[in-house]
Unconditional design. Structure first.
Length: 296
């Protein structure tokens, strides 16, 4: 068949692609990754495959955070070239991949990240039956600040209307059904011990929704953390990002919500096993700065 005869297919194909993009954004509730943390078992997904690598997207150079020299070591890498003096340029993908940090979603057009030009609303939902409402809200509040400082993303808390004027605080909700977060928001939902939304041995989970834009860029549009009351049974309160404690476990899930996956470094708080001596490694910090670098 002559190529010319196939030309009529092109508009059809384009309509198909647009339809797929719309479908993914609005309807495909299956189009997200579930990454769970549990301190009971080691993670079978740790064997790294190609799809778990950081890939280039030219929009990922709008840095919002001042970088330390150590972070720059991650970001400035020689271009792979046969020249005797290879050009050193911004090329975070190499450093992050070598360090064993992974993205949540990777495509040939870059990894799924939030666009850094708009506000992202953080909603804390706490089940009606839970008692530690204040602690649960405080943990989300503290962790939100940390993520904001590490990434530069414009995270804001959602306002609750209690009485006449809106205040910042948790929403008390039924978690029998957990709705999909609205666009440009991250939901942190605290559920009771026997919640059907988590496995028996699961303390928390993070899910992200991403859409593919017309230039092929995968963009996170909403995210959700489901956090079990059991985190308070399992851990004490502690320092955010240092050791195994409630805050660090929640930070782990929140970092997934901005597009960063697991680390194969045993010391990292992004390892699947949250060790007593875990902390945020330079590679973790580099991944977080990178997570805030996607321009619109
Ligand atoms: Zn995890």
């Amino acid at each position: 068949m002559k190529i010319r005869k196939l030309l009529w297919l092109i508009p059809l194909l384009l309509i198909g692609l647009v339809a797929i993009a719309i479908y993914e954004e609005f309807f495909a509730s299956g189009n997200y990754q579930k990454i769970e943390i549990s301190n009971y078992d080691s993670d079978p997904t740790l064997s790294r495959e190609d799809k778990e690598t950081w890939t280039r997207n030219l929009r990922d150079e709008k840095w919002l955070i001042e970088r330390s020299p150590k972070i720059d070591d991650f970001f400035y890498q020689p271009e792979q070239t046969t020249m005797i003096h290879p050009m050193i340029s911004i090329n975070p993908y190499i450093g992050l991949n070598v360090a064993g940090v992974t993205p949540m979603v990777s495509t040939e057009n870059g990894v799924a990240l939030w666009a850094n030009c708009h506000k992202i609303e953080v909603l804390t939902g706490v089940d009606f039956f839970l008692e530690q409402v204040e602690e649960m809200y405080d943990v989300i509040d503290g962790v939100t600040e940390v993520i904001k400082n590490y990434t530069g993303l414009r995270l804001t808390h959602s306002l609750q209307t209690t009485g006449n004027h809106p205040v910042y605080g948790p929403s008390l909700i039924s978690t029998a059904e957990i709705p999909t977060p609205k666009k440009n928001s991250i939901h942190a939902i605290w559920v009771p011990r026997e919640s059907p939304h988590l496995e028996d041995n699961e303390l928390g989970r993070a899910e992200i929704w991403n859409t593919v834009e017309t230039d092929g860029t995968p963009t996170i549009t909403r995210a959700r953390m489901i956090l079990s009351e059991k985190l308070f049974d399992e851990y004490d309160l502690g320092l955010i990002g240092r050791g195994s404690n409630v805050e660090t476990a929640v930070l782990h899930e929140f970092v997934h919500s901005v597009g960063v996956g697991h680390s194969n470094n045993k010391n990292s708080f992004m390892h699947t096993d949250l060790a007593d001596e875990s902390f945020a490694t330079i590679a973790d910090l580099a991944a977080l700065i990178f997570a805030g670098s996607r321009s619109c």
